[in-house]
Design a protein around this ligand. Structure first.
Ligand code: NZQ
Ligand code: MN
Length: 384
């Protein structure tokens, strides 16, 4: 049996209305905080105002950096880190989807050092400012894991990194904040959750701990993914998707992702207008076909957890029925697109295939079926 080391120190607060606890939580760490958020959603919904008021009431002085774009760039992160240093803040608060949350962790590292954040891909970080995450999408799992994903706009590269010091201290998961997600964001982020558990459950680094998180997530997805999309005001479905996001975030913290993520990061790195979840959607079916032989039993188990009836199917047929089910889910979420529909140019596919290996090598290695660059290019072409 393989030895295992399981560690996740994030204190999780889950519940409706819990954003009102943020000030009290923040005060434990510092009297001054830098809020890292996006350009508009948290302002429009009044969530940013609620947070700043709550912080002030608790005696925490907030500074706001609200220029984070989806698929955040290293320039944004470095700029925010300079502000954190100049203000001498003792806490970073990420407010929003995966983009602001990932950025918050990267800022927390960069604010402690004297090098551009990109250099932390090669130089490990031992210390970071404390981070609190207040999540507004149910997708990436960034609220509870150590990962940060950042884009280099000059090269198109979009790697992830994650050191132990980057774990958020506390995560506030308040499903009410997610009610405002438009259908497209609900669909893309919700599908991201599915791919996290698909890849953590089938990858080479899978183990009993991550699989436990994955199995509960499959159950939650079965009843809530499409419901949250069709019934945006259904707080029960929103809450269950928020739980699914966090559980899947813990699963990938333990067991990582696979070839779908390895290919998607260079897609949205080179095409920042592509949302992470729709990039995954375009790549999932062909990747599942490639992997099915290597993880037939896992596919059968997932099919079972998603409630697919076995009814006389052979093992091969039952495993294959999972791919059909995912195709149906993609259609129900209006995410049934190819890379071409997303604006990806055909002559960029070779660059994307190369970057899957150079920037997401650990995910390529974790894929259940061994895969080389030629085969990745073939999958990209088939997903076009
Ligand atoms: O930018 P703002 O104005 O805030 O609007 C956002 C953005 O336009 C909007 N939005 C977010 N919450 C909302 C909302 N609109 C209305 N109501 C709300 N409650 O949605 C859009 C997308 O937001 P973004 O944060 O970019 O989405 P997501 O949560 O999918 O995060 C994607 C990023 O996370 C990375 C991705 O690569 C991508 O950069 N990932 C991070 C991971 C991790 N840390 O473990 C793992 C993932 O696999 C992923 O790679
Ligand atoms: Mn993802």
């Amino acid at each position: 049996m393989n030895a295992l080391n399981i560690y996740n120190p994030v204190k999780i607060h889950f519940g409706c209305g819990l954003i009102s606890e943020s000030g009290k939580i923040a005060k434990k760490y510092s009297d001054s905080a830098l809020i890292i958020t996006g350009k508009s959603s948290m302002q429009k919904t009044g969530t940013l105002d609620r947070l700043t008021k709550n912080l002030k009431d608790a005696g925490v002085n907030p500074t706001i950096y609200d220029k984070i774009t989806p698929n955040p760039t290293i320039d944004e992160i470095d700029e925010a880190a300079v502000i954190a240093k100049k203000k001498g803040v003792g806490l970073i608060i990420g407010l929003g989807g995966g983009s602001p949350l990932d950025s918050a962790k990267a800022v927390a590292v960069a604010a402690k050092g004297n090098i551009p954040v990109w250099n932390y891909l090669k130089t490990s970080a031992e210390e970071a400012l404390p981070v609190i995450t207040i999540v507004s999408t149910s997708g990436t799992g960034s609220e509870v894991n150590r990962y940060s994903v950042m884009s280099n706009p000059e090269t198109g590269e979009k790697p992830g990194f994650g050191y132990v010091c980057m774990y958020p201290k506390e995560a506030v998961i308040d499903p009410e904040i997610m009610l405002s997600m438009p259908p497209y964001v609900t669909a893309t982020t919700g599908f991201d959750v599915f791919v996290h558990v698909l890849e953590a459950f089938t990858g080479k680094a899978k183990n009993a701990f991550s699989s436990a998180y994955c199995m509960q997530t499959f159950y939650l997805l079965k009843d809530n993914l499409i419901k949250a999309y069709n019934e945006p005001d259904n707080i029960e479905a929103r809450g269950n998707m928020a739980l699914a996001s966090a559980l899947a975030g813990l699963a990938i913290d333990i067991s990582g992702v696979g070839i779908i993520h390895a290919m998607e990061h260079p897609v949205s790195g080179n095409y920042p207008n592509v949302a992470h979840g729709v990039g995954l959607a375009a790549l999932t079916i062909e990747s599942m076909k490639y992997n099915i032989a290597a993880c037939k039993r896992d596919f059968m188990l997932i099919a079972h957890h998603l409630g697919i009836k076995r009814a006389g199917k052979s093992d091969d047929e039952y495993a294959a029925s999972l791919i059909e089910k995912i195709q149906e889910i993609l259609e129900a979420l209006n995410l049934n697109t190819g890379l071409k529909d997303l604006g990806v140019e055909k002559d960029k596919l070779a660059k994307i295939a190369g970057e899957a290996f150079t920037t997401m090598g650990f995910a390529v290695q974790n894929n259940p079926e061994t895969i080389d660059e030629k085969e990745v290019l073939r999958l990209l072409e088939a997903s076009y």
